[in-house]
Design a protein around this ligand. Structure first.
Ligand code: LRH
Ligand code: MN
Length: 434
C-alpha cells in the first residue's frame, strides 16, 4: 500500500497526467515496431485498431479476493457488495480500456436491476452474460442441490433449478444482458451413484425449459467442466457432452470454453477449432492453470497456449467463417494479488495473444502446411508469438483514452488505500473461491 495522495483513477485528466511522461518512449517503440513489421510486409495500424476494439468481460466475482477450500485471505478494501464491485470494474476499464462489460453471478450479485443498470451506466459499464448458481444452497431455499440441480432425480428439485435460471434471464433482460452462462456442478463421486445416460437426459429435459424461456436475441452458453465439485463423473464433463446438448437444444445454444476445465495437456485450441467448425463456439472463460481448475491469471502459466487459441480464432476470421462471435470473459480467482491489478493485466494478456495471432503470415503458413515443411510452419507461428507487441497494446490503450502503464497509474492513484479507508475490513476469512 502506498501513501500517494488519493485521486480518482477513472479521471481522464489523471490518466493523461500519468501518460504524459511515457508518450515519447511509446512513440519511439511504436515507430520501431512499425518498421520491423513493415519489413515483414505487415501494416501495424489495422492490428492496433483491432486490438483497441478487443473487449473482454470482467467477472464480478473476480474483483474480491478469492480463496480455496482451505482458506481465503481477504485483502484491504474488499468490495462489500455488487455496487463496490462495479466501482472496481470501472477502474479496470478506465485504465485498461478493454473491459467495458461485467458478467454478474446470481444470487451473489442480487440487487434491484434498474438501480444496478443505472449505476453501471454512470460508470460507463454494461453487462455481459449473467451466470446462474445451482451449485450452492441459498438461505431459505426449499430443496437442496446436494445431489444435483438440473439433473436431480427429484423433478421438484429440477423445477426449482429451472425456475432459478429463468429468474436469472429476467434479471439479465432488465440489465441489458444478452446471454445466460449455464454451469452446473451436477455429477457423482462414486461409480454407480448416478445413471450416466439418464442424468444427461434429465439435463436436456431441464435445459430445454430454460432454452424455451430465452428472449429471441439471447444465447445460452453451456459451460463444461471435467470435475469439481463432482470427483468421479460430471454430467457436462467435456466439450463433447456440451456440444451434444447445444446441438439438441437449438441454434442459440452454444458452448463456452473455460480454459481451466480440462485435464492437463488437453489440446484446447483443437477443441476451439472443432467448436468453430460446428458453429457452436459461444464464448470463453479465460484464465490459466497448471494442474486443475486453478483460475490463475490468463497467460500467467502457458501464454503460448493462449496464443494458439487466438490463432484459431484469427484463422477462422481469415477463412471468413460466418457468425463467429464468441463472448470473451475472464473467470479467475485472485488469492494472492490485488484483483484489480490481476484483471487489468489479464485483459492485456488476452490483447497480447490476439495481436500476436494477427501477426501470423497465414498465406506463408498455409503454403508450408501444404508442402509439409514442418519446421517453417512451426516457425511461422513462433515468429508471431515471439514478437514483442507491447507498443501496439499501449498505443491501443492510448487510443481508447486509457493508461499507457495501467498498473503504474493504478498504484499512483492509491485507489486500494481509498477503498481500505471506505470499506471496513470483512471479518470473515471463510474458505471458498469468493
Ligand atoms: C466453475 C466456474 C463457473 C462459475 C464459477 C465461479 O468452476 O468456472 O464458470 O460459475 O466458476
Ligand atoms: Mn468458468
Amino acid at each position: 500500500m502506498n501513501d500517494a495522495q488519493p485521486v480518482n483513477p477513472r479521471d481522464p485528466n489523471f490518466i493523461s497526467q500519468c501518460n504524459a511522461p511515457l508518450r515519447a518512449e511509446l512513440e519511439a517503440d511504436y515507430d520501431a515496431l512499425t518498421l520491423q513489421l513493415q519489413r515483414r510486409g505487415l501494416k501495424i495500424a489495422p492490428i492496433m485498431h483491432a486490438v483497441a476494439a478487443f473487449q473482454v468481460a470482467v467477472p464480478s466475482w473476480g474483483v474480491g479476493t478469492g480463496g480455496t477450500r482451505f482458506a481465503r485471505f481477504p485483502g484491504p478494501g474488499e468490495p462489500r457488495n455488487v455496487f463496490d464491485k462495479l466501482e472496481d470494474c470501472a477502474v479496470i476499464h478506465a485504465l485498461s480500456g478493454a473491459t467495458p462489460t461485467v458478467s454478474l453471478h446470481l444470487p451473489w450479485d442480487q440487487a434491484e436491476p434498474q438501480e444496478l443498470r443505472e449505476r453501471a451506466r454512470e460508470l460507463g459499464l454494461g453487462f455481459d452474460a449473467v451466470n446462474s448458481n445451482t451449485f450452492q444452497d441459498q438461505r431459505g431455499q426449499a430443496l437442496s442441490y446436494k445431489f444435483g440441480s438440473l439433473t436431480h432425480t427429484d423433478p421438484a428439485v429440477r423445477e426449482q433449478a429451472v425456475a432459478h435460471n429463468i429468474h436469472c434471464i429476467h434479471i439479465g433482460e432488465a440489465l441489458g444482458s444478452k446471454a445466460l452462462t449455464l454451469w452446473i456442478g451436477d455429477g457423482a463421486n462414486f461409480p454407480g451413484q448416478q445413471h450416466l445416460a439418464h442424468a444427461f437426459e434429465r439435463y436436456l429435459e431441464s435445459a430445454t425449459k430454460i432454452y424455451a424461456a430465452l428472449p429471441a436475441d439471447w444465447r445460452l452458453l453451456i459451460e463444461h467442466k471435467m470435475y469439481e465439485p463432482a470427483f468421479y463423473a460430471t454430467v457436462i464433463q467435456d466439450w463433447g457432452s456440451s456440444l451434444m446438448a447445444a446441438q439438441s437444444l437449438g441454434t442459440r445454444a452454444l458452448c463456452l470454453v473455460d480454459l481451466g476445465h480440462h485435464a492437463p495437456h488437453v489440446n484446447i485450441e483443437m477443441i476451439v477449432a472443432r467448436l468453430i467448425r460446428a458453429g457452436k463456439l459461444g464464448g470463453f472463460h479465460f484464465n490459466d492453470s497448471k494442474y486443475g481448475d486453478d483460475d490463475l491469471d490468463a497467460g500467467s502459466i502457458d501464454p503460448y497456449r493462449l496464443f494458439l487459441i487466438f490463432n484459431e480464432l484469427v484463422d477462422a476470421q481469415w477463412r471468413r467463417v460466418s457468425a463467429l462471435q464468441p463472448a470473451h470473459m475472464l473467470d479467475q480467482s485472485h488469492n494472492v494479488t490485488d484483483p484489480i491489478e490481476s484483471l487489468i493485466n489479464s485483459a492485456i494478456e488476452l490483447q497480447r495473444a490476439y495481436a500476436q495471432a494477427l501477426l501470423v503470415d497465414r498465406a506463408q503458413l498455409a503454403d508450408c502446411q501444404q508442402r509439409n515443411d514442418v519446421l517453417m510452419a512451426a516457425l511461422a507461428l513462433k515468429r508471431a508469438f515471439t514478437t514483442d507487441v507491447t507498443p501496439i497494446l499501449a498505443r491501443a490503450r492510448l487510443e481508447r483514452g486509457a493508461a499507457i502503464d495501467p498498473i503504474g497509474a493504478y498504484r499512483a492513484s492509491a485507489y486500494r488505500n481509498q477503498c481500505a479507508k471506505l470499506r471496513p475490513a470483512s471479518a470473515s476469512s471463510r474458505s471458498g473461491i469468493v
